[in-house]
Design a protein around this ligand. Structure first.
Ligand SMILES: *[C@@H]1O[C@H](CO)[C@@H](O)[C@H](O)[C@H]1NC(C)=O
Ligand SMILES: *[C@@H]1O[C@H](CO)[C@@H](O)[C@H](O)[C@H]1NC(C)=O
Ligand SMILES: *[C@@H]1O[C@H](CO)[C@@H](O)[C@H](O)[C@H]1NC(C)=O
Length: 241
């Protein structure tokens, strides 16, 4: 019984006509920078297999299709946004497998899928791409105090997608533990452009922060590796006046 299963399995492997080795989709790109990106779909096809079709989907809609010997086409939202003469391999069965997107913008972010099929077989692979907009401004300031506590407020404007803000103090290098200030109030607003403006207010006891401490606000756009920091020197409240 085991033998039969193994033989069947091997037979299936032999019949396999097409297989995606990998796809490459940039995980994050900045909006509207006039720089193109290339989405690669690397597959292996059996020399005797026929009726090759290569398709790229964005969020389940076909946006690119190549059915040799025809020319590739860009469809739907990707119409007029792809360099259709981009050739990624000398092999006639792979020439137009990849898609070069001219100037990616936020409306073409999402899940990309390369789907390949032949007469006998098919395969697909997916990866997502974020298109982000850096903040217009990032501000950090002290915002009120009592005898015991002081507040620091950090504001980031017009970021996309929604960023995360944290406030911490005294960090000297990347390896040191951060002293996060406690968040006491936060708000996020979505602007008509789709961008986000975010404010976080944090609080710390006056006896926990020494004069001359550095206070930092860090903005991160999740999933992109984009990080921005604003820092200020702290002096006790009386010295602000
Ligand atoms: C990204 O850039 C395009 C082109 O300038 C613009 O229309 C779009 O609003 C931008 N996206 C965001 C979220 O700002
Ligand atoms: C992708 O596929 C081609 C053709 O099968 C192969 O020669 C190549 O090594 C693969 N990798 C890259 C990075 O192109
Ligand atoms: C700090 O901010 C919180 C939330 O806005 C506010 O309720 C509190 O009164 C502020 N504290 C000080 C010391 O200004």
């Amino acid at each position: 019984m085991f033998c039969v299963t193994v033989i069947l399995f091997k037979l299936l492997l032999v019949i396999e006509g097409i297989q995606i080795n990998y796809i490459k989709v940039p995980p994050a790109v900045q909006n509207n920078t006039d720089q193109s990106v290339i989405l690669e779909c690397n597959y292996s096809i059996r020399p005797d297999d026929s009726e090759l079709v290569v398709k790229w989907y964005l969020n389940d809609a076909v946006v690119y299709q190549w059915i040799p010997p025809h020319k590739p086409q860009a469809l739907g939202i990707m119409k007029d946004r792809v360099n259709l003469s981009y050739v990624s391999s000398d092999d006639p069965k792979m020439a137009y497998r990849s898609m070069q997107i001219i100037n990616p913008t936020t409306n073409i972010a999402g899940e990309y899928k390369c789907f390949v099929s032949t007469f006998t077989d098919e395969d697909f692979s997916m990866k997502s791409m974020i298109v982000f907009v850096p903040e217009k401004s990032l501000e950090l300031f002290h915002s009120g105090h009592t005898n015991q506590k002081i507040n620091f407020t950090c504001t980031a404007t017009e970021v996309y997608p929604e960023p995360k803000l944290t406030v911490f103090k005294d960090k000297k290098d990347e390896f040191e533990n951060r002293n996060y200030l406690q968040a006491v109030e936060w708000s996020t607003s979505r602007l008509p452009t789709g961008r986000y403006s975010v404010t976080i207010t944090t609080s710390i006891l006056l006896n926990k922060i020494a004069a001359g401490s550095l206070v930092h606000c860090e903005l991160k756009i999740p999933g992109t590796g984009y990080v921005k920091r604003k820092s200020m020197l702290y002096y006790p409240p009386s010295e602000y006046e």
